[in-house]
Design a protein around this ligand. Structure first.
Ligand code: SAM
Ligand code: SF4
Ligand code: SF4
Length: 369
């Protein structure tokens, strides 16, 4: 096994213990810091057709990289069963991610299955997906028809040379913009556009991006470059704080802060003083939002992670494939969430090497962004 494989998958992740006393979900699960469980992110593939320098750098994710074999992936039936258990525990929002989720074959079938789930109160879920947009022009309508509510599209620059340097596979901006338009036409809104800002690489694109999306149907959100995974060579000097992003945009297009839509919202919202829409700031590094983080993550092979920066997950697939009952699985999930104390971003130091972790962090393409 190469070192690259060790960085990616942690084989020590065990199946969670099943407590002897089984419990019925109440829909009101709280973790050790009283944070509810509202949001489940499901990674449907660890593969991607981009090699974004901050996520899947080419030097690591090369042709010899050991991606998960097909048999390791959760089937659509397995994903839906796990999602149903989480919904009974209070999850109201499902986000499909990856890797690039649109690369997973027949994804529409999974969307159709998830769209049928209902909260204990009988409400449909908020079913959404994050994509690099490369296949969106082709797939937007079929995704909508299958039951997807909305999409978030990643786009780091409007300048082709910069965008190509970032996706590292020569993919053109115009194709992502065409995907955005198709998603809008199909009714997959409100659509968010995520821009990861990496200092010295695309920060000169902050103002042009704001200008382009101001007054459009799309809500642009700036994401601070994070120290996820173990392969992007993260450095605090390349983080452009959200405060600086707001300052640069405001100098040309004045901004005013607005309140959050709901508790646990990751983006701080700002609106243009002239009334032409809003933008969001995801300040994962400079203003951590762990205090109301209500997100769980399910990896492509069925491991449950309670934090984006986790070093270990709990193997739910093992429980599924051992033939455990819904009651047993549900009880195991409840115990994992109740024990959750994660607040990595709030305890992060300037030099992440200074943090004592239980091993290498899992990659974002595996755990899902
Ligand atoms: N491939 C899809 C995409 O790019 O939208 C979905 C998966 S991607 C891992 C999810 C989100 O994570 C994207 O918006 C991406 O820009 C963001 N992301 C990846 N690596 C990041 C990093 N190091 N810092 C901040 N955001 C990152
Ligand atoms: Fe792929 Fe998304 Fe990661 Fe870029 S950010 S390499 S598109 S998974
Ligand atoms: Fe949530 Fe972990 Fe991110 Fe904090 S660091 S916001 S706990 S995922």
């Amino acid at each position: 096994m190469t070192e690259k494989t060790i960085l990616f998958r942690d084989e020590r992740n065990a199946a969670p213990a099943i407590p002897r006393v089984l419990e019925t979900p109440t829909g009101l699960l709280g973790d050790a810091l009283a944070r509810p469980l509202h949001d489940l992110r499901i990674s449907v593939t660890d593969r991607c057709n981009f090699r974004c320098v901050y996520c899947m750098p080419k030097e690591v994710f090369d042709k010899d990289y050991a991606y998960l074999p097909q048999t390791s992936l959760l089937s659509f039936e397995e994903i839906t069963r796990i999602a149903r258990l989480f919904v009974a525990h209070g999850v109201e929002k499902l986000r499909l991610t990856g890797g690039e989720p649109l690369l997973r074959k027949n994804l529409e079938r999974l969307i159709g299955m998830l769209a049928e789930l209902r909260t204990p109160g009988g409400k449909p879920l908020d079913l959404t997906l994050t994509t690099n947009g490369s296949l969106l022009a082709k797939k937007a309508q079929s995704l909508k028809d299958a039951g997807l509510n909305r999409v978030t599209v990643s786009l780091d620059s409007l300048d082709d040379a910069t965008f190509k340097r970032m996706n590292d596979v020569d993919f053109a901006v115009a194709d992502v913009l065409a995907g955005l338009e198709a998603a809008h036409k199909a009714g997959l809104g409100p659509i968010k556009v995520n821009m990861v800002v990496k200092g010295g690489m695309n920060d000169q694109e902050i103002v042009p991006m704001a200008r382009h999306f101001k007054g459009s149907p799309y809500v642009l959100r700036f994401i601070e470059y994070m120290d996820v995974g173990a392969s992007n060579g993260w450095n605090m000097r390349e983080v452009v704080p959200s405060e600086e992003v707001v300052r640069r945009i405001s100098a040309e297009m004045p901004l005013l802060p607005i309140g959050a839509n709901y508790t646990g919202e990751t983006a701080a919202r700002w609106r243009y003083a002239d009334g032409s829409g809003e933008i969001g700031m995801i300040s994962s590094v400079t203003q951590a939002f762990c205090h109301d983080c209500s997100r769980a993550r399910l990896s492509t092979e069925g491991k449950l992670y309670t934090c984006l920066f986790a070093t270990r997950g709990s193997d739910l697939r093992a429980l599924l494939r051992e033939g455990r009952s819904d009651a047993e699985m549900s009880t195991a999930i409840a115990h994992i969430w109740r024990a959750r104390t994660d607040r990595y971003s709030e305890t992060r130091t300037i030099n992440t090497d200074g943090l004592v972790l239980g091993g290498p962090k899992v990659e974002m393409s595996y755990i899902g962004g």
